[in-house]
Ligand binder design. Structure first.
Ligand code: 1GP
Length: 254
């Protein structure tokens, strides 16, 4: 069996479809209980989401329970999206092993990673290396990660960081405008990144409509992440709006 099953799954899905859709669940008891998180994940996967990310910039101590409930309910990969060392759980399938390349604080570039790598090894958890780039407005992640946010009107800076990420050997790049952000990553920035790198890249933050997601995929994103939208709509419509978005992704003629 492959030593990197989750990475193989993501890469294959990205190659064989227009884009991979991942649902982000924040393990925050003020947002939902672990049980409700499991139910949201189940509905999101039924709607066609290809995997569940679990994480957030702040930690609340219910991560293990949340991951376990989600694992009980879905048969797609559950991938950690840690905001810090506290965002790790041995019950997940893999972790996005992220380096916040445009942070001003080396802790977020390599410090937290050094402190957590031996833990991951002892658990045998699959680590998928990912360059994390924060774009304006950045939301909570921008503040917590002490980011030198990439200006929205500077696509070339994002492209340069993305290419540097590829040359540094990262498997993936994540362009992030911040969870709950009032503006998604600009389309011309996504296009500039798609033109210059050969590795897959993720776009997330503020993708709150079918148009926003579809345009992002048309611009070149290989993986799209939705958290806030899924969290808000699933309790109201049982996954209908999400299912429509995923169908719209699949219908794009590339
Ligand atoms: C945040 O990109 C993700 O890290 C998802 O953002 O919650 O705005 O969908 P939203």
């Amino acid at each position: 069996m492959s030593k990197h099953p989750v990475w193989d799954y993501l890469r294959n899905k990205a190659q064989e479809s227009n884009a991979v859709h991942l649902t982000l669940i924040d393990p925050d008891p003020l947002r939902q209980s672990p049980k409700d998180a499991g139910e949201t994940a189940r509905i999101a996967v039924e709607a066609g989401s290809n995997g569940i990310m679990v994480g957030g910039s702040t930690a609340f101590g219910i991560l293990d329970e949340t991951v376990k409930e989600i694992k009980r309910k879905v048969n797609v990969p559950v991938i950690l999206f840690p905001g810090n060392i506290s965002g790790l759980s041995k019950f997940a399938d893999a972790v996005f092993f992220m380096s916040l390349l445009n942070s001003r604080n080396p802790y977020w570039i390599a410090g937290a990673q050094a402190m957590s790598a031996p833990i991951l090894k002892s658990w045998g958890l699959e680590a998928i290396s990912m360059a994390y780039l924060l774009i304006e407005p950045g939301a909570t992640a921008g503040f917590v990660g002490d980011a030198n946010l990439i200006p929205r009107e500077k696509p070339k800076i994002a492209a340069a960081y993305a290419l540097a990420s590829q040359y540094l050997g990262f498997k993936l790049v994540y362009l992030e405008s911040g969870s709950g952000a009032n503006a998604a990553v600009p389309l011309n920035m996504i296009k500039a990144v798609a033109q210059i790198i050969d590795i897959p890249f993720i776009v997330g933050g503020g993708l709150n409509s079918a148009d926003a997601v579809v345009n992002c995929v048309k611009a070149g994103a290989n993986i799209v992440v939705q958290g806030t939208f899924v969290e808000k709509t699933i309790p109201l419509d049982n996954g209908k709006a999400l299912s429509e978005i995923i169908q719209a992704i699949n219908k794009i003629q590339k």
